[in-house]
Design a protein around this ligand. Structure first.
Ligand code: SF4
Length: 377
């Protein structure tokens, strides 16, 4: 990876500081009214064939995709709800020639805009520069293993690891803040320490650590076991206390329980002031390529269609979303848990593994004090 000019390096530090302060800035959001972020699967088209792909991405464009004008309307409705963050996802969003126009439109509506390009031949320095000119606030690249051999084997295309490394260098030269997304499952959990060492040196502002929800192509894969979650929490918590970038865990809601079990001086300073925990349909909304709305990309139960109903109305009124925002409706261990209001477990994983989005998250090993000892962890 090539190094960047000092000015670009300074902008990375500034971007990291901004990212860290976001939680406090969004603390006043009412998740019954608007989500913290909306992710739009702008296309399913992608040249990669990743084994865990939620979307089971395809090669060609689907004629049912939302068009440019419909994308603008989606951005308008997101901003009108009061949601501050919008992510243009895929598939590979670089497959859309109007990506820059969509990013610029979102910026004109006051949204913080991010996108997640796939590491294919479409990802070039010129395209990244175009995204920067369009005003993108942050770009995310996926890295799931610390070596080219492991990562490319998982992504199904040779050269994708090196492409991410090249893109990191281009982004640094362009002063573009970068996020790395990593998805841990049974196959790569043993590489957690090596991944931590890798991301430490990448000059990123944000590391989003996903934990597999078995859906889409990933439904044939094994996830991380409860005791491995606790091990990961300890390592990622230690990293977050000294890293110069944000460490964010996704589909690991019980990390909040882990943090609250730590001594007060080991909890993140911003925790008390940060936005409430995001969960499927609670602070989060996913819109698929043809405009159908879901609580999360990992919880495949449609709750509306933006071609028929305004996004804000869907978010506030859909019965499933209302249920997902009501901790009192949770069942099993999560329903009895003293941490349910701040954690509630992964609703997507509960659905994937039990068929009930309000059941307990099977990935949590915690046994609530008021729950029967006869219940297996
Ligand atoms: S039992 Fe459920 S609510 Fe309690 S900490 Fe575990 S996942 Fe969270």
């Amino acid at each position: 990876m090539s190094g960047g000019p000092i000015g670009a390096a300074e902008s990375f530090h500034e971007a990291a500081r901004r990212s860290r302060s976001q939680g406090a800035a969004f603390a006043g959001l009412d998740y019954d009214r608007a989500p913290l972020l909306v992710i739009w699967e702008s296309t399913r088209s992608c040249a990669l064939v990743c084994k865990h792909c939620r979307a089971s991405a395809i090669m060609g464009r689907d004629p049912r995709e939302l068009g440019t004008a419909e994308g603008f309307k989606l951005l308008d409705e997101t901003a009108a709800m009061g949601t501050p963050i919008f992510i243009v996802s895929g598939g590979d969003p670089l497959q859309r020639d109007d990506l820059e126009a969509l990013l610029a439109h979102g910026k004109s509506r006051g949204l913080r805009m991010g996108t997640i390009p796939a590491a294919t031949e479409r990802l070039t320095r010129e395209r990244l520069a175009a995204l920067a000119r369009a005003g993108v606030d942050q770009v995310a690249f996926s890295l799931d293993a610390p070596s080219a051999e492991e990562h490319d084997g998982f992504r199904g295309v040779a050269g994708s690891f090196e492409k991410v490394m090249a893109a990191l260098g281009w982004a640094r030269e362009l002063g573009l803040p970068v996020q790395i997304n990593t998805c841990f499952a049974a196959w790569n959990f043993a590489r957690l320490d090596a991944m931590i060492e890798l991301v430490r040196g990448l000059g990123i502002v944000f590391w989003e650590v996903f934990f597999l929800v078995p859906t889409g192509r990933g439904s044939a894969m094994d996830g991380v076991r409860p005791e491995q979650f606790e091990e990961a929490f300890a390592k990622l918590h230690a990293l977050s206390r000294e890293a110069g970038f944000v460490v964010k865990l996704t589909e690991a809601q019980h990390y909040r329980r882990y943090l609250l079990q730590r001594p007060p001086d080991e909890r993140p300073r911003a925790m008390g002031a940060s936005a409430p925990a995001v969960n499927a349909g609670k602070g989060f909304l996913f819109v698929d390529f043809k405009g159908e709305v879901y609580p999360s990309g990992f919880l495949p139960v449609a709750v509306g269609d933006v071609r028929k109903t305004p996004l804000g109305e869907i978010y506030r009124e859909a019965p499933l979303l209302k249920s997902l925002r009501a901790p009192a409706l949770l069942s099993g261990k999560c329903g009895a848990c003293e941490y349910r209001a701040v954690c509630a477990g992964s609703r997507a994983r509960a659905f994937a593994l039990t068929g009930d989005p309000l059941a307990s998250d099977p990935a949590c090993g915690y046994e609530p004090a008021s729950f029967g000892k006869s219940v297996a962890k």
